[in-house]
Write a protein that binds this ligand. Structure first.
Ligand code: HEM
Length: 484
């Protein structure tokens, strides 16, 4: 293979890339060695801020194929007919650790999918769990502070983790999932994915449906024991990243079936709990899974930074036929992601190849730092105009939605944090329950204050007396009399 000539970033051939230019063989380095200056300066700027959460991740390209006609429920063009294929990009991630942190930790996994549809990009930015720890966006920064490092020691802080959870009992369902076997997936291929929130699908007649997304792994669910996970974390912190890359490289393409639960809009008023509360799952007896299609990952990124690090997913990246719900977490996320993208990648992040829609774009955004495309050329750059510029299309407005009530800081009106967490506990086998309790005890042992542990035990007890008793005994603490 013939070498090409090394050039500077401005394209000029480089004469010497091994020796700085100096005044004589022992003299100081010359400021006029602009190749050296450029090399050092660009190196200093190689990092962009890592994602404030979900910093460690792995990505892959693939496609989505519709396997069932769901056009009665949504007018989304990419779901319009059986057999239709749409290219996509997926990024899986852990939540709390930094970009270099170990893959096999106990943590939810991010499950973010970008569909490049003919009507624009559509992102499902979900997790491998159907619920979340909190249900109001206003609590998210505080929650994440407890998952990150202590401001003095720079260590993870179990006191903060369990203090927050025990004072936020809505977390109990997700804590139970996290501490169960599913808290450490064997690989990124062996886990399900969920949109978690309630979204709205709207069909061509304008009829809306509340929906929830479920991606079911075709590889089967497999998990790691905490002992093996700890060993792997030490030996190969990038184990999941490597597994995904190697599987795809070997032609062993991972796949997921996508299903939806569909709830008629009016059911939301009478369902036995608030269907927009992201700490709850909808019963599949009430709303069975309906097949939509199949997602296959068949191509690795060619460049990690360009594609995986610069990928920007947002729950607000929507296409006609998919709308949001009043879920208070989702509403907050509609601001948080695009704001993070402007900060982390830049105002023109949607013009980068990995984020650029694969359909034509015609908008009036111009200029800004790092504009990588033709910036609209000489096309019309404002509206209204008399020059035939791109114009709005009212048929694509979101479906109107009636709201009423007082503007107020209002809590969810329903506080049963225990039934679904208890149901999940009761679904587990005797062995699974024992491992759940062991995992909790291991995680709670380092908490320095018994009152925090005791408060959390009360929640487990309210979910199921056996659950609370087992955790209390594993920690050597009394079963709380009040809870009995
Ligand atoms: C990443 C905020 C809840 C899934 C992020 C990022 C922010 C954020 C700022 C980094 C984005 C970036 O730099 O590109 C929030 C807020 C939440 C919330 C404010 C609550 C109000 C959730 C929930 C889920 C979720 C409930 C799942 C159901 C993800 C995923 C990523 C992410 C998968 C990584 C996306 C990627 O791979 O680039 N979140 N988040 N988040 N979040 Fe959330």
């Amino acid at each position: 293979m013939k070498n090409t000539t090394l050039t500077t970033s401005w394209g000029a051939p480089v004469g010497d890339n091994q020796n700085s230019m100096t005044a004589g063989s022992r003299g100081p380095t010359l400021l006029q060695d602009v190749h050296l200056l450029e090399k050092l300066a660009h190196f200093n700027r190689e990092r962009v801020p890592e994602r404030v959460v979900h910093a460690k991740g792995a990505g892959a390209h693939g496609y989505f194929e519709v396997t069932n006609d769901v056009s009665a429920y949504t007018k989304a063009a990419f779901l319009s007919e059986k057999g239709k294929r749409t290219p996509l990009f997926v990024r899986f991630s852990t939540v709390a650790g930094e970009n270099g942190s170990a893959d096999t930790v106990r943590d939810p996994r991010g499950f973010a999918v970008k569909f490049y549809t003919e009507e624009g990009n559509y992102d499902i930015v979900g997790n491998n769990t159907p619920v979340f720890f909190i249900r109001d966006a206003i609590k998210f920064p505080d929650f994440i502070h407890t998952q990150k490092r202590h401001p003095v020691t720079h260590l993870k802080n179990p006191d903060a983790v369990w203090d927050f959870w025990s004072l936020s009992p809505e977390s109990l369902h997700q804590v139970t999932i996290l501490m169960s076997d599913r808290g450490i997936p064997a690989t990124l291929r062996h886990m399900h994915g969920f949109g978690s929130h309630t979204f709205k699908w709207v069909n061509a007649e304008g009829t809306g449906y509340w929906i929830k997304y479920h991606f079911k792994t075709e590889q089967g669910v497999k998990n790691l024991s905490p002992e093996l996970a700890a060993q792997i974390a030490g030996e190969n912190p990038d184990y999941h990243t490597e597994d995904l890359f190697n599987a795809i490289e070997a032609g062993d393409f991972p796949a997921w079936k996508l299903y939806v639960q569909i709830m008629p809009l009016e059911d939301a008023d009478t369902y036995r709990f608030d269907p927009f509360d992201v700490t709850k799952v909808w019963s599949q007896k009430d709303y069975p899974l309906i097949e939509v299609g199949r997602m296959v990952l068949d191509r690795n990124p060619e460049n990690y930074f360009a594609e995986v690090e610069q990928a920007t997913f947002s729950p607000g990246t929507l296409v006609p036929g998919v709308e949001v719900s009043p879920d208070k977490m989702l509403q907050g996320r509609l601001f948080a992601y695009a704001d993070a993208h402007r900060y982390r990648v830049g105002a023109n992040h949607n013009a980068l190849p990995i984020n650029r829609p694969k359909c034509p774009v015609h908008h009036h955004q111009r200029d800004g730092q790092m504009r990588p495309d033709s910036n609209g050329g000489g096309s019309v750059y404002y509206e209204p105009n008399s020059f035939g510029g791109p114009a709005e299309a009212p048929q694509h407005k979101p479906a109107p939605y009636e709201v009423n009530g007082l503007a107020d800081s209002t809590p969810y009106d329903e506080n049963d944090h225990y039934t679904q967490a208890g149901d999940l506990y009761r679904l587990l086998s005797v062995e699974e329950r024992a491992r759940l309790v062991q995992n909790i005890a291991r995680a709670m042992k380092p908490v320095t204050r018994d009152d925090i542990k005791q408060r959390q035990i009360e929640h487990f007890y309210k979910a199921d007396p056996e659950y609370g008793t087992a955790v209390a005994e594993a920690l050597g603490l009394p079963v709380p009399a009040a809870a009995k």
